[in-house]
Design a protein around this ligand. Sequence first.
Ligand code: UD1
Length: 315
Amino acid sequence: MAKYLVTGAAGFIGRSIAAALLARGETVRGVDNFITGKRENLVGLEGMEFLEGDLADAAVCAEACAGVEIVFHEAALASVPRSVEDPVATNVACVDATLNLLVAARATGVRRVIYAGSSAAYGDAATLPKHEGMLPDPISPYAVAKLAGEHYLRSFTRVYGLETVVLRYFNVFGPYQDPMSHYSGVLAIFCRRMLAGEPVTIHGDGEQSRDFTYIENVVHGNLLAAAVPAEKVSGRTMNLATGSRATLNQTFAILRELTGYAGEPSYSTSRAGDIRDSLADIGVARKLLGYEPKVDFREGLRRTVEWYRTGTAGA
Ligand code: UD1
């Protein structure tokens, strides 16, 4: 019987959390519907019990949660432009699935659910860094859906006493992030294309900035969120990021060095639903989780380029 459930276990973040749990010798169950998850991401996770299914189906949630103590809920359609094109699909995958999962978690006696929230909840607020005391102001349907999930978690803590923790991620990147879709994160796209010598496009002037967070930091934060006593973290929402930011132009320059890319980016119009700047205040996660980022942006980029180049990240 698995102690931990990871939803979205065939996706980038889910498979990374599952791998860390397995490396610690934990019993893990993973669930994924393969809409964006990849079967090849399960290679190396053979020790995990795997369930193929969609969390929009309540029966799948019940099966996934049975016997589990702690859930890492990473399953989502994690793309702003995808939600702009098809808001209903995003709502099903992010809101319906989260509510079904919470209902099943409660019914089966899960103790704690840790949720992949999104910094998209802050919208385009001019205040930087973004801190948890700010009023959410979601712009894209994706941001609305991820925020609705947060509210459901808090409600389940208040109403039913389920332990929940919301971690708001900020532009996570690293090995296993899918570079092939036009919905992919910008760093995955840039790494793959620059290594292949293919053209890259920057939407807007390239001066938009992000608190790009290397995956190892996110895994670390999640493991802490599972371990810290409920009195400290249950019902809480916190940023999980690095507390520093880079513009796309700066990022392109570092990647050019790391990949040996000879080309220049082309610039196109800004993308609908995009926010301009993103930077996290990580004070709450520091205080409540004892979280400290382990890998900085440049080192994370180095390992990521290495992974897209060779299939291993090194350390
Ligand atoms: C990302 C996450 C989202 C998360 C949010 C939190 C992904 C796919 N999305 O959204 O899940 O909630 O951070 O802040 O990881 N861009 C280019 N060229 C490209 C692709 C993108 O210039 O080829 C630009 C985009 O227009 C945007 C920036 O890069 O300005 C970042 O885009 P993207 O990686 O899609 O992430 P976010 O939209 O910030």
